[in-house]
Write a protein that binds this ligand. Structure first.
Ligand SMILES: C[S@@+](CC[C@H](N)C(=O)[O-])C[C@H]1O[C@@H](n2cnc3c(N)ncnc32)[C@H](O)[C@@H]1O
Length: 576
């Protein structure tokens, strides 16, 4: 068989799906056999993943800058920034190329009026050998930035408090979740998030930081490898490879400690195996290994003692842990919850996960930092099976579109017309109630979270992708159409109220005013949804408004300020 190289593009990242069709035509006896049979077959007959790795290269850094400049001159700023970030990744630590790439980032950020980030990029350019002869231009930009900030054009929003903070009483053990929400196992759905008390439209019931993510190849220079934060900031590259980038030094440190030390040097090959959330499985495996201080036998013992018998994330006590930022890793308890997740039979019958796991295994075992830890056959088999299990768990629990895994939010099931809106931006998930939820009602979000303007709809390609995962039994899709969809029926809402709503929505009220109006409307009439299709318009408007206002309050500039302060402190210490 040919080596795997370039198939990725042809198959939109679906190497294993295409490959397993090929494998099965050549070796039909493999179908649904243990993953070890796939490993043995692939290691014997190939194909071998043959993709060049990206090691630091200043020539490539220069090429990316030139490509970025072309976009910049065509006013295609986001493409320019992506190229400049890539340039940062290729450049060696001691080169002028690094300083120049940061300076170019600063030009884009300045034109986007991100003054704090511009200052940060300038500080990094100066620190990283930006050429003296070009310095006057950079200093001019720096002083213009300071003037803009002094003139009140800061991206920081010190006086505004985001309305997307938990606004109901919190669970005593899970402070980022509303009190009065529990996990129940419901027929057809499995684990489900259920309200024990009523919630109103506008209640913010969850505000969770992600547990793990995987950044797909197409976005590798756009998202932080560790926390999935959008790279509008000043990029922090891996010091060794040119394959990953981080939003901060802290993220680089954390990722290096828990995962990247195993993946650095084989990142391109690993990226080639899966386009989607499967890689989260590999990353969770290494996070587990890190929890056991790389002691494979200890991890094996633990995993053997804790069978995949089902788990309850609501049993976790987050008040006893300080979270990923401080610890640099998930806790053992959180890892156990992931490890013990039970998966429906249908998800176990997918061959492509076996091919994925076998390919990951073969690449990893060809890499000294991993191979040196897995020596005996038992240890090697453990790694293979564990990675396979975790790939399946990740595909079951993570959002396939955003490739992010949240421990608590993952329990929430999907509805095509949900009662709660899941907003995800960067590495944070927020649940806002869209219409009244009664005690004992299930909390449901649409997994199609990126398509704010539309509910799932069965013609939506993402809906088809989901349909491969499970057969939807939400109130809209349940057989025999439990939804009373009668577009001719008059809405039982006084016409004066509808006119008033329309006037406010379309009469120039700002997004925040619109939100207040919509929330009141939903509180009063939300129970009519989804019974009347006309109502969808308002729900959609409400969701779009929530997203718009949410993004307005995302205040990333304070992160840039903190990073600038840290740079200044570091420079002062260096001078001492
Ligand atoms: C992210 S998990 C949600 C938690 C899951 N119920 C559990 O037991 O852990 C996604 C899985 O839940 C189930 N699920 C979610 N929404 C569903 C729906 N509307 N209809 C049927 N199954 C659903 C499917 O098995 C799906 O693959």
């Amino acid at each position: 068989m040919q080596a795997i190289n370039g198939l990725y593009e042809a198959a939109m990242g679906d190497v294993p799906r295409k490959l397993f069709e090929k494998i099965h035509s050549k070796a039909p006896h493999l179908r649904l056999r243990d993953v070890a049979a796939y490993r043995d077959y692939l290691s014997r007959y190939g194909p071998k993943v043959d993709v060049p790795e990206r090691t630091k290269d200043n020539v490539k850094a220069g090429q990316c800058r030139l490509e970025g400049n072309q976009f910049y001159h065509k006013q295609m700023q986001s493409f320019a920034l992506e190229k400049y970030i890539e340039s940062v990744c290729w450049a060696t630590e001691d080169s002028k190329d690094l300083g120049m790439a940061y300076a170019n980032c600063s030009a884009v950020l300045f034109s986007a009026r991100e003054y704090e980030f511009t200052l940060l990029a300038i500080a990094l350019a100066k620190k990283h050998h930006y050429p003296d002869e070009l310095m006057p231009k950079l200093l001019k930009r720096e002083s213009e930035c300071k003037l803009m900030i002094a003139g009140g054009h800061s991206g920081c929003r010190p006086n505004k408090v985001s309305p997307f903070k938990l606004n109901v009483s919190a669970n005593p053990k899970i402070p980022f979740l509303a009190d009065g929400i529990t996990m129940k196992v419901l027929p057809g759905y499995g684990r489900s998030m259920v309200a024990e008390r009523g919630f109103e439209a506008g209640d913010v019931i969850l505000e969770e930081e992600l547990t793990a993510c995987s950044v797909n190849r197409a976005k590798k220079y756009l998202l932080c490898q560790c926390c999935a934060y959008t790279m509008d900031a000043s990029p922090v590259p891996c010091v060794r490879c040119a394959s990953v980038v981080y939003c901060s030094k802290e993220c680089r440190q954390v990722d290096m400690k828990v995962v990247h030390r195993f993946e650095c040097g084989i990142g391109e090959k690993l990226d080639h195996i899966s386009y989607g959330a499967a890689r989260i499985g590999v990353r969770m495996f290494f996070r587990g290994l890190t929890l056991f201080n790389d002691d494979v036998d200890k991890m094996m013992e633990f995993c053997k003692a804790h069978k995949r018998s089902g788990s309850d994330p609501f049993s976790l006590d987050y008040t006893r842990t300080s979270g990923i930022a401080d610890e640099g890793n998930i806790t053992l308890e959180e890892f156990k919850v992931f490890h013990q997740t039970s998966i429906p039979e249908i998800n176990l019958k997918k061959d492509f996960t076996r091919v994925q796991a076998a390919l990951y295994y073969l690449i990893l075992m060809d890499h000294a930092p991993v191979a040196s830890l897995f020596v005996t056959d038992a240890q090697k088999d453990f790694m293979l099976h564990c990675i396979h299990d975790y790939i399946r768990t990740a595909l079951f629990l993570a959002n396939l579109e955003t490739q992010k895994l949240y421990t608590i939010a993952a329990i929430c099931n999907h509805a095509c017309i949900p009662n709660t809106f899941a907003i995800t931006s960067d590495g944070r998930m927020v649940f806002v109630v869209l219409r009244r939820i009664q005690p004992n009602e299930q909390i449901l979000t649409s997994y199609n979270i990126m398509h704010v303007e539309g509910d799932m709809g069965h013609d939506n390609p993402y809906a088809r992708q989901l349909a491969m995962q499970f057969k939807c039994i939400c109130p809209v899709c349940k057989p025999a159409g439990s939804r009373v969809a009668n577009s001719n029926a008059p809405l039982p809402i006084p016409s004066g109220d509808v006119d008033e709503l329309r006037r406010k929505l379309f009469g120039g009220d700002g997004p925040e005013g619109q939100l207040v109006t919509l929330r009141r409307f939903m509180q009063q009439y939300g129970h009519l949804h989804p019974d009347h299709p006309l109502f969808d318009t308002y729900i959609r408007k409400y969701r779009a408004g929530l997203m718009q206002v949410y993004l307005y309050y995302v205040d990333n500039a304070h992160r840039a300020r903190a990073a600038i302060d840290a740079e200044v402190e570091e420079a002062t210490n260096r001078q001492k």
